[in-house]
Design a binder for this molecule. Structure first.
Ligand SMILES: N[C@@H](CCC(=O)N[C@@H](CS)C(=O)NCC(=O)O)C(=O)O
Length: 215
């Protein structure tokens, strides 16, 4: 098999790229990383159209096929290393559900608070709907951590943690109010070595996307 190539964009901004990158790193899966400049919203077609059927990143090039969509790439990673999902069937089902909830949900939080790892601001410009999304994320983390006993959402680090990693950075960037349980989870996630490496690299990047850096 050719060495898998994971196409990603700027670490500071590309929340969807971060998810499978983390899953693959934590899962110790060998891959080549191809870093692209993230265009302004919707501007990726000329470059990303040649990489992925969705003209978006992340995209995983396996040589004879290209896998689009962050969650599908995480699923591929978990086929290479099944430890990326919990062992128990019910736990696996809930972790998959948690990942799907993130993949398709919390649009208000995502719109109000674009990922911007380097930035420090406050939550004053968030809409009520965005605040409600953030509160719900905190409640779900609490529920899952209580159920599993931690330290990660479903015990050991799983795809679900990789899926929520960009939300962890949003809580920090926008100083979103959170419970002590959520803060504990945020601290654990920030201390995870692969996430720390992604953040350190994001902090060194210099490109700026005005839509994510103003207001
Ligand atoms: N649902 C997709 C979302 C991918 C996505 O929106 N990627 C952004 C970068 S984070 C992108 O490629 N944007 C290019 C553009 O908007 O032109 C996934 O889960 O992978």
């Amino acid at each position: 098999m050719a060495r898998p190539r994971l196409h990603i964009a700027d670490r500071n901004y590309s929340s969807w790229s971060m998810r499978p990158w983390l899953a693959m790193r934590v899962g110790k899966i060998d891959f080549e990383e191809v870093l692209h400049d993230l265009p302004e919203m919707g501007g990726g077609k000329p470059i990303f159209g040649a990489i992925s059927p969705t003209a978006r990143v992340p995209a995983l090039d396996l040589g004879d096929v290209v896998v689009a969509e962050s969650l599908a790439i995480c699923e591929w990673a978990a086929e290479q290393n099944p430890a990326l999902w919990p062992k128990g069937a019910n736990d696996r089902a809930v972790a998959r559900s948690a990942s799907a909830i993130m993949h398709s949900g919390f649009p208000n939080l995502r719109n109000d608070c674009p990922m911007n790892i380097r930035r420090r601001t406050d939550a004053s410009r968030m809409t009520q709907a965005g605040r409600d999304d953030a509160q719900r994320v905190g409640e779900l983390w609490n529920e899952w951590l209580k159920r599993s006993g931690g330290p990660y959402l479903f015990g050991d680090y799983s795809v679900a943690d990789a899926m929520y990693a960009p939300v962890v950075t949003r809580f920090v960037t926008y100083a979103i109010p959170r419970s002590s349980v959520a803060q504990g989870y945020i601290d654990r996630m920030l201390g995870e070595p692969h996430m720390a490496a992604w953040i350190a690299a994001a902090e060194k990047e210099t490109r700026q996307l005005p839509r994510s850096d103003i207001a």
